[in-house]
Write a protein that binds this ligand. Structure first.
Ligand code: PGA
Length: 251
C-alpha cells in the first residue's frame, strides 16, 4: 500500500510571521493524520515554518531548486542549501515555473537529478493545458513530461519520486478534473512508469492530484485507486481548509 501524501504549495504567499502562525495553527489540527503532511513554503519562510513545526508531523518543502551545486546563479538556491536549512521535500517543474520562468523539460530533469542526489524528496509536477486536453494530447504529454524528467535516475531513486499530476486548466481556476479524469490520467502515468522501470517500481511511486483540490472534493478524488494524495495551492493557505483536506479519511 502506498502512503498518501498531502502537500500544501503556498506559492508566493505568507511572510515568515504568517508562516509561523499558519504552521502553529495546523499542528494540532493535523496531528492524527494518516497521510504524510508537507507544506512547501517560500524560501524566506523555511526557518520560521521549520521552527513552528518542531515536534509535529508537518514536514517542510521548498518550491524550486537549482541544479548546480554552487556558483554564479544570482537568486537561486542549491539542493544542499535547502537540505541544510531543514527542507525535506521540493516541488520541481510546477506549471507556473514552466509558464512564467522558462522552465523546460530538460532543466526539470537537471533539477530532479540534483535534488535526488542531495537526498531531497521530489514532488515532480506534470500536466496538460486546456487546449492540449481538447486535442487529445494529454496522455502522450504527461508520459513524455514524466519520463524525460526522470532520465538518468536509477530504479531505486524513481521509486522515491512523488509525481503531482496537475492539469494546468484546473490550477487556481476552481475547475477540478473529475475523479475519473484524474484517476485515468494518473493511471496513464503509472503505466508509462511500468513500461520503462517495471511494475514493481511503478506500484511504489506515489502520484498526487493537484488543481483546485479542496475540502469538498478531496474525498471523491482520494477514493480513486490511482490517486495517492494531493498538491494543494489556494486551499493550503488556511489552516481550517488544509487540515480538512489532510483529514479526508477521518471519521
Ligand atoms: P490550486 O493550486 O490548488 O490553487 O489549484 C495547485 C497547485 O498549483 O499546486
Amino acid at each position: 500500500m502506498r502512503k498518501a501524501v498531502i502537500a500544501g504549495n503556498w506559492k508566493m504567499n505568507k511572510t515568515p510571521e504568517e508562516a509561523r502562525q499558519l504552521v502553529s495553527d495546523l499542528k494540532p489540527l493535523v496531528k492524527g493524520a494518516s497521510c504524510e503532511v508537507v507544506v512547501c513554503v517560500p524560501a524566506v519562510d523555511i526557518a520560521a515554518a521549520r521552527e513552528a513545526a518542531k515536534g509535529s508531523n508537518i514536514h517542510i518543502g521548498a518550491q524550486n531548486v537549482h541544479f548546480a551545486k554552487s556558483g554564479a546563479y544570482t537568486g537561486e538556491l542549491s539542493a544542499e542549501m535547502l537540505v541544510k536549512s531543514g527542507v525535506e521535500y521540493v516541488i520541481i517543474g510546477h506549471s507556473e515555473r514552466r509558464q512564467y520562468f522558462g522552465e523546460t523539460d530538460a532543466t526539470v530533469n537537471q533539477r530532479v537529478k540534483a535534488a535526488v542526489e542531495a537526498g531531497l524528496k521530489v514532488i515532480l509536477c506534470v500536466g496538460e493545458k486546456k487546449e492540449e486536453r481538447e486535442a487529445s494530447y494529454t496522455d502522450a504529454l504527461v508520459e513524455y513530461q514524466t519520463l524525460i524528467a526522470l532520465t538518468g535516475l536509477e530504479n531505486k531513486q524513481v521509486e522515491q519520486i512523488i509525481i503531482a499530476y496537475e492539469p494546468v486548466w484546473a490550477i487556481g481556476t476552481g475547475l477540478t478534473a473529475t475523479d475519473e479524469q484524474a484517476n485515468e490520467t494518473i493511471g496513464v502515468i503509472r503505466a508509462a512508469l511500468a513500461r520503462k522501470y517495471g511494475k514493481n517500481v511503478a506500484k511504489k511511486v506515489r502520484i498526487q492530484y493537484g488543481g483546485s483540490m479542496k475540502p469538498s472534493n478531496v474525498k471523491g478524488l482520494m477514493a480513486q485507486p490511482e490517486i495517492d494524495g494531493g498538491l494543494i495551492g489556494g486551499a493550503s493557505l488556511k489552516a481550517e481548509d488544509f487540515s480538512a483536506i489532510v483529514n479526508y479519511d477521518a471519521e
